[in-house]
Design a protein around this ligand. Structure first.
Ligand code: ACO
Length: 329
């Protein structure tokens, strides 16, 4: 009888641009204050790309680290999945550009558009292909150059976002460990609460709508906030219960870093102390699909994830989309 196959993360990597934009820098751009930003979001600073750096560049840097840690050559990857809402181009996918930067051919390549849940959606795609036996090694990336779709005169949004990339190599194993379960969901009826109104085929870019800065992210912050807390709790509970576990049996939760108050509310609802919840929003802000893999990579490299321990990844984003993954290391 064939042995059951499990998808296991064998390497992670992350990259954030060196340029730091502090809250004090933002005080000079819009009417805001360091105190307001910290108290309402927990963010102290974020990383911003220099002109000329694009999503595929950051994805490439994060991927190289993850591949090296996994001990794989790029050519051993069967599928590249890139979660992003800030692709280099509308066509082709950023996964294709990354494939070329990795100097490989004959690999399956795709982008996943699920905003802040993009990495978890990508991880779920990787898991499903590995469990099905179609692929053995998948490279999953979450990458965003949000600074390019941010309206730097809108204080409601520009204080929140940052740029960066995180990557994970997922490989097939017959040992009972790895990504034990994933949960994905969405609600397109709430799309208008967090969106970019123009620039697609419905409302193409015009001089008029660009003058009105409608090509940038618009967000109804407090409505998104409430949905995010509820959906992230549901997603985390779903994947934990499906594995026959309870929240206190989870060693570390790595949540999407959108707002420290959302993260604290999630911890409270799961009845978990904040020591079991990884936080780096103070240094990077909200990097959308990159936030979970950057946080995961940091947590691993700080030694917060031991062999045999259990981690839950959970995210919520524009769409709305949300999802979770339970990993046994
Ligand atoms: N500086 C100072 N004042 C500000 C700023 C700012 N940067 N931004 C807004 N304000 C003001 C508002 O104008 C408002 O003033 P008013 O009462 O006079 O109208 C007041 O502060 C309060 O605004 P709220 O929006 O009610 O503030 P809130 O406590 O909700 O915090 C925030 C705003 C930080 C945006 C929060 O709602 C949030 O984090 N929302 C969720 C974001 C999220 O999870 N996004 C999901 C993923 S993002 C993605 O998918 C790309």
């Amino acid at each position: 009888m064939n042995k059951k196959i499990y998808p296991y993360i064998t390497g992670t990597g992350s990259f954030t641009p060196p340029k730091i934009l502090t809250n004090f820098d933002l005080e000079k751009i819009v009417e805001t204050s360091n105190e307001w930003i910290i108290s309402r979001s927990g963010i102290k600073e974020r990383r911003i790309v220099e002109d000329g750096t694009v999503s595929s560049d950051m994805a490439f840097e994060a991927s190289k680290i993850a591949l090296k840690e996994a001990g794989l050559e790029p050519g051993q990857i069967d599928l590249i999945v890139v979660g992003t809402v800030t692709p280099d181009y509308l066509l082709p996918s950023t996964a294709c550009i990354l494939q070329d930067k990795l100097k490989i051919k004959n690999t399956a390549v795709m982008d996943v558009v699920a905003a802040c849940s993009g990495f978890i959606y990508g991880l779920s795609v990787a898991s499903a292909f590995i469990i099905s036996g179609q692929f053995k090694s998948v490279l999953v990336i979450g990458v965003e150059t949000l600074s390019k779709i941010t309206n730097w005169s809108d204080r409601n949004t520009c204080v929140l976002f940052g740029d960066g990339a995180g990557a994970a190599v997922v490989q097939a194993t017959t040992e009972e460990k790895g990504i034990l379960g994933t949960f994905l969901s969405g609600d397109g009826s709430l799309a208008n609460l967090l969106h970019i109104p123009v620039g697609g085929t419905k409302v193409p870019l015009t001089k008029e709508n660009v003058d009105l800065k409608q090509q940038y992210i618009q967000m109804a912050g407090s409505e998104v906030f409430k949905s995010a807390v509820r959906a992230m709790e549901d997603a985390a509970i779903h994947v934990i219960q499906k594995a026959g576990l309870s929240p206190e049996e989870i060693d570390l939760v790595v949540p999407h870093q959108a707002n420290i108050r959302i993260i604290e509310a999630l911890a409270k609802r799961l009845k978990l102390p904040m020591e079991k919840v990884y936080v780096n929003i103070d240094r990077f802000g909200n990097t959308s699909s990159a936030s979970v893999p950057i946080a995961l990579d940091e947590a691993r490299k700080k030694g917060l994830i031991q062999e045999g321990s259990r981690t839950v990844l959970v995210a919520f984003g524009g769409g709305f989309t949300w999802g979770s993954a339970l990993i046994k290391w």
